[in-house]
Design a binder for this molecule. Structure first.
Ligand SMILES: [Zn+2]
Length: 86
């Protein structure tokens, strides 16, 4: 998945997770200004400065916005035609 398709699905940031053993540091990185054709995992190559100094970083699309929308609706989301604006 690249940033263009990620944005198309409603995510505007990636979640960066430090892979250093025993760390698990996480950060949300807004990628609105980043190239459309950049693969999501490649974002990690640009992120080198976790406070812990970890360089082994995994990046995944941040779907928190979508989770938020789903979480505040009811289970019958498929019948809803209105998209909540946040
Ligand atoms: Zn770390």
């Amino acid at each position: 998945m690249d940033l263009a398709s990620m944005r198309k699905h409603g995510a505007h940031s990636v979640e960066a997770i430090c892979q250093r053993h025993g760390c698990g540091h996480e950060a949300i990185v807004n990628v609105d200004g980043w190239p459309d054709d950049m693969p999501v995992p490649d974002v990690s190559l640009k992120l080198r400065y976790f406070r812990c100094g970890g360089k082994d970083i995994k990046t995944i699309p941040d779907w928190s916005h979508r989770r938020l929308l789903m979480g505040c609706g009811d289970a019958a989301g498929r019948s809803g035609s209105r998209t909540p604006l946040k």
